[in-house]
Structure formats: structure tokens, C-alpha cells
Design a protein around this ligand. Structure first.
Ligand code: NAP
Length: 293
């Protein structure tokens, strides 16, 4: 069994990005710039945003945090999105999710200029991904594809089961893997809370990607010998024995599942760091799309 070390691979990619950005600066070009809009004070969101800003600084991307109280209206937030769309110095930006209940996430994410949409959530990028056209791919699926690629795990002809159909992970992951692409060409089954016979479906999988948010959902009896398991789930579970009072749990019963696998991602240290580094790669991609460099 090999542990897919997302932390190490992400560090390698950050070094590569740092070198690429240093070359740009040496050529007299400006640094890529990423806007991060955050609304309210969700502790998990604040941690994610802090980690993204830190990762940007490490590679030389200028990150600008734009924080609003959760009293902001949908119209006001929409106005901020339009302002960022027309700010030619801003290569890309994200609106950290989730948003407060009175703001419609679809309305906000759909309003982002697709060439600045470094989360890959706009209908334009989603549609382009589905058609196999050049696009900005959602960060977590991009990171998972990169992780598979760096460990030379082939997807061609494999049966890949994706559990979870969210717009940020499950759906774009399934879309990517079914494309005519070196790291695609898979036979994909997309499962969700209404899926019947989940265990039987998983048992026929070469690769299982689970993105649900239920700790321990994927148990050893659902996994065939030699499968590859990608655990996207991150849930804070109360744990008084830790300094923070909680620990992070994935969707996989790791202790029982790992011995059966060829490859498995840990939580933390698997998909999470790959998601952040993919955001940096997407920002560099948006930078190269920006005609006002
Ligand atoms: P989400 O929007 O909450 O969607 C969860 C999905 O799981 C839904 O499609 C739901 O089905 C499905 N589901 C729920 N119970 C199920 C069950 N018993 N069997 C099969 N499917 C079930 O999730 P998300 O935003 O994709 O996040 C999923 C997890 O990944 C969370 O823990 C999140 O924190 C984590 N995450 C991690 C990263 C990272 O970088 N590592 C990035 C993003 C998210 P329905 O559609 O039928 O409701």
C-alpha cells in the first residue's frame, strides 16, 4: 500500500510555480494577483482563506483579501463581483463558500468572468469542461488529477466511482475523468445519497473518490483488494484530547481500508494541499489569459 502524499506533491508544485513566477518577474512582468472575497466569520472558511493567502505568498502570487460582514446584501456582493471582473489588475478571484443563507451562491458564482474564475465554478467553465474545451478546472478535481498523474496512476479504461455530486467536487471530477484525455478515458459512476447498492458499485471500482462529508462512510467491506482510494472529505470531529478540541476526519475508515488498497490518500495531507496548490496553478492560468499583462 502506498500513501499518496499530497502534502509533499503540493510542496513540489509550489517550488515549480515559484520558479515560473520568478522568471516572469525577471522578465520585467508583474506578479499574478488573486482576489479572495470572504463574507462573515465562518471559522473553517477563515482557516481556508488564511492557508490560501499563505500559499500565494510562498510562490509569489499577490493575494488580496476582500472581507465583508455577513450583513452584506446579494446586490452589494454582486456589485463587488462586477468590480473585480472589470479590474484589469486582478487576474483571478474567488468568492469563498459557503455564503450566508440570504445570498444565492449560484447567482454570485455565475456572475464571475469565466477567465477570472479560478474556482472553475461558472457555467461557462463547467460547460467548457464538459465539452472538453480549454477551461479553468475546479481546484479539487484538478488537484486529484494531478496527484494521480504524479504517482503515474492510470485512469484509462478504469472503473472510477465518484461518491458525491457537488458542483465543486463530485460533478467536475466525474466530468474530467470521462474526457478523452491522458488522465481521463475512465468509465465513471457518479453516486449520491439516492444511489442504490452503493457497496456493490464500489466493490467493482478500480478507483473510488469519495467527497461526502460523512466520516467513515467508506468501509473496508466496500473496497476490493488493490483499489485506489481518494478521500476528499474533511469534517471537524470533536476531540478533547487535542489542543484545538477537534481533529479532521475524512470519509474513509482509513485504518480498516488502507491495508486493502494499492494507493490511498490520508486526511489531512492528501487532497487538501492539492486543492490549494491547484488554486495557485489556476491563478497562473488566469494570469496568462489576462490580456493586460
Ligand atoms: P456537499 O455539497 O455537501 O455534497 C455532498 C454529496 O454527498 C452530495 O452529493 C450528497 O448527495 C452525497 N451524499 C450524502 N450522503 C451520502 C451517502 N450516504 N451516500 C452517498 N452519497 C451521499 O459536499 P462537498 O462540498 O463536495 O464536500 C464533500 C466533503 O469534501 C466535505 O467534507 C468537504 O469539507 C470536503 N471538501 C474537501 C476539499 C479538499 O480540498 N480536501 C475540497 C472541497 C470539499 P445528494 O446530492 O443526493 O445530497
Amino acid at each position: 500500500m502506498t500513501i499518496l502524499n499530497g502534502k509533499q506533491i503540493a510542496a513540489e508544485i509550489r517550488s515549480e510555480l515559484k520558479a515560473q513566477i520568478a522568471t516572469l518577474l525577471n522578465q520585467g512582468k508583474r506578479a499574478p494577483k488573486l482576489g479572495i472575497v470572504i463574507v462573515g466569520h465562518n471559522p473553517a472558511s477563515e482557516t481556508y482563506v488564511a492557508n490560501k493567502i499563505k500559499a500565494c505568498a510562498e510562490v509569489g502570487i499577490e493575494a488580496v483579501k476582500i472581507a465583508y460582514e455577513d450583513t452584506i446584501s446579494e446586490q452589494e456582493l454582486l456589485a463587488e463581483v462586477h468590480k473585480l471582473n472589470s479590474d484589469t489588475s486582478m487576474d483571478g478571484f474567488i468568492v469563498q463558500l459557503p455564503l450566508p443563507k440570504h445570498i444565492d451562491e449560484q447567482t454570485i458564482t455565475s456572475a464571475i468572468d469565466y477567465q477570472k474564475d479560478v474556482d472553475g465554478l461558472t457555467p461557462e467553465n463547467v460547460g467548457r469542461a464538459a465539452k472538453g474545451l480549454p477551461c479553468i478546472v475546479s481546484a479539487t478535481p484538478r488537484g486529484i488529477r494531478e496527484l494521480l498523474s504524479r504517482y503515474d496512476i492510470t485512469t484509462d479504461g478504469k472503473h472510477i466511482v465518484v461518491i458525491g455530486r457537488s458542483n465543486i467536487v463530485g460533478k467536475p471530477m466525474a466530468t474530467l475523468l470521462m474526457q478523452k484525455h491522458e488522465r481521463g478515458n475512465a468509465t465513471v459512476t457518479l453516486c449520491h445519497s439516492h444511489t442504490a447498492h452503493l457497496k456493490q458499485i464500489c466493490l467493482s471500482a478500480d478507483i473510488i473518490i469519495v467527497a461526502v462529508g460523512h466520516p467513515g462512510l467508506l468501509t473496508a467491506d466496500m473496497v476490493s483488494e488493490g483499489a485506489t482510494i481518494i478521500d476528499v472529505g474533511i469534517t471537524r470531529v470533536e476531540d478533547p484530547s487535542t489542543e484545538r478540541g477537534y481533529r479532521l476526519a475524512g470519509d474513509v475508515d482509513y485504518e480498516q481500508v488502507a491495508p486493502k488498497c494499492a494507493y490511498i490518500t490520508p486526511v489531512p495531507g492528501g487532497v487538501g494541499p492539492m486543492t490549494i496548490v491547484s488554486l495557485l496553478q489556476n491563478t497562473l492560468q488566469a494570469y496568462s489569459l489576462n490580456s493586460t499583462l
